[in-house]
Design a protein around this ligand. Sequence first.
Ligand code: ZN
Ligand code: ZN
Ligand code: ZN
Length: 89
Amino acid sequence: MTNAACAHIESIHSVKQPTRRECEECVKIHSHWVHLRTCQTCGVTLCCDSSPNRHASAHARAAHHPVVASAEQGERWLYCFPDDAFAEY
Ligand SMILES: [Zn+2]
Ligand SMILES: [Zn+2]
Ligand SMILES: [Zn+2]
């Protein structure tokens, strides 16, 4: 891990990868998304803040699951919502 920017990110030793390449919440409401993020606490994959529904950040606030990983192919980074911290892995 490089550039670990907060304690939440530092505590992640095994990065959860997406099990599905779709936003579970958008699928339920027949919406769409731009990019996908995987919650590092529970493993759910949800849409990014550039998406109309911003499900990943809503989940982070509601469930107090702070850190997501990019679920985009070839991207290897983590982001902590409450600390606005970013790290590559
Ligand atoms: Zn943090
Ligand atoms: Zn979504
Ligand atoms: Zn979660």
